[in-house]
Write a protein that binds this ligand. Structure first.
Ligand code: SF4
Ligand code: SF4
Length: 333
């Protein structure tokens, strides 16, 4: 009973810590760990180094490189964006508009961040916007918040391809990643909100690569694509995934929605060998700090709301220690 109370308090503190991480704080070593997790950490510490190496080698030899989740995600992202294009060009009226504001089978869908910017610029609450935002809020609340980023946003896909080029050049020591303070994204969120309120214009909408690419796909290319290209060049040569990691306010807004989402990635401490393959592929490796040896606060840990539910870590983990999970459902099955 006391153990359960202690465990709940530890998990509550971890939850709050994850919200701070979303805002830009760096992950810290946990002060408290549940009794169950302490046992597992201790067992791992006691395991003979040679035995551990042998186990790791065995797992590596039998692990198959998977791209299952990546393929599903890319297919979904392309299909959603193509649906906009097809609906517009063939006048099907199934999915009208662009990613920032659309109508799907009669339901208004308005991007939460765009709606916020518009209302700040106009300085009053617009009822139609609120209704459209409500639909989107429920949708992304169910589906995971930043799931929007990796499963829908067209910039995510092109930035993922640019990242491959960056990593290839980095392996040849031709470029190095220059990380930026992650608090920059929170500052950027506040700055664009203040700009909208002060100027009466939705400044962010004009430079958001998400909106620019979505509109370009549907209505045709424009000069704004040069800005998207400049961003990608910057990411290839200077800062890995700069826009999505350190600047995009949409990521932070949907991250906040993801705090309450039942769909998340779950980490199992017992089967993990702490090789950190997952952290190498993750857009937001701070959410995976829990996989570092000795860091997990419980034997099963939910990954925080900044996670985009992209599934790359699920594909990369050779021991299957990271999995998609729906809160509460695994207990029922
Ligand atoms: S952070 Fe912004 S640009 Fe990046 S994937 Fe999310 S919405 Fe798209
Ligand atoms: S934790 Fe996994 S699912 Fe989440 S963003 Fe990182 S790689 Fe993707």
């Amino acid at each position: 009973m006391n153990d359960d109370i202690g465990r709940s308090a530890i998990l509550r503190r971890r939850f709050i810590e994850q919200v701070w991480l979303l805002l830009g704080r760096e992950p810290k070593k946990p002060v408290e760990i549940t009794a169950r997790a302490q046992e597992v950490h201790e067992l791992k510490r006691m395991t003979n180094k040679q035995d551990l190496q042998a186990m790791k080698a065995h797992v590596r030899a039998h692990a198959r490189k998977s791209t299952r989740w990546r393929n599903r995600r890319w297919a979904t992202l392309i299909a959603v964006n193509l649906l906009f294009v097809v609906s517009y060009h063939f006048d099907i009226q199934l999915l009208e508009g662009a990613l920032t504001a659309s109508r799907f089978a009669g339901f208004h869908l308005i991007d939460i961040n765009s709606a916020l910017q518009v209302m700040l610029a106009h300085k009053h609450i617009i009822t139609n916007l609120l209704i459209g935002t409500g639909t989107v809020l429920v949708l992304w609340l169910m589906l995971g918040g930043r799931t929007f980023c990796s499963w829908v946003c067209p910039y995510h896909l092109v930035a993922e391809w640019a990242e491959k080029l960056h990593l290839w050049l980095a392996a040849k020591r031709l470029v190095t990643d220059q990380p930026i303070d992650r608090r920059m994204r929170t500052i950027s969120w506040v700055a664009f909100a203040v700009l909208a309120a002060a100027t009466g214009y939705t400044v962010f909408e004009a430079i958001s690569p998400t909106g620019i690419l979505s509109r370009a796909l549907i209505y045709g290319a424009g000069l704004a694509l040069l800005w998207v290209l400049a961003l990608l060049v910057f990411e290839v040569f200077f800062v890995r995934r700069a826009w999505c990691r350190y600047a995009c306010p949409i990521g932070l807004t949907y991250g906040a929605v993801g705090i309450f989402s039942p769909l998340r990635i779950k980490y199992s401490l017992e089967s993990c060998f702490h090789e950190a393959e997952c952290r190498k592929v993750c857009l937001v490796p701070h959410v995976l700090a829990t996989v570092i040896k000795g860091r997990a606060v419980d034997t099963e840990v939910a990954i925080g709301p900044d996670c985009t539910r992209c599934g790359l870590c699920v594909d990369a983990c050779p021991t299957g220690s990271l999995k998609f999970d729906i809160k509460g459902l695994s207990k029922l099955l």
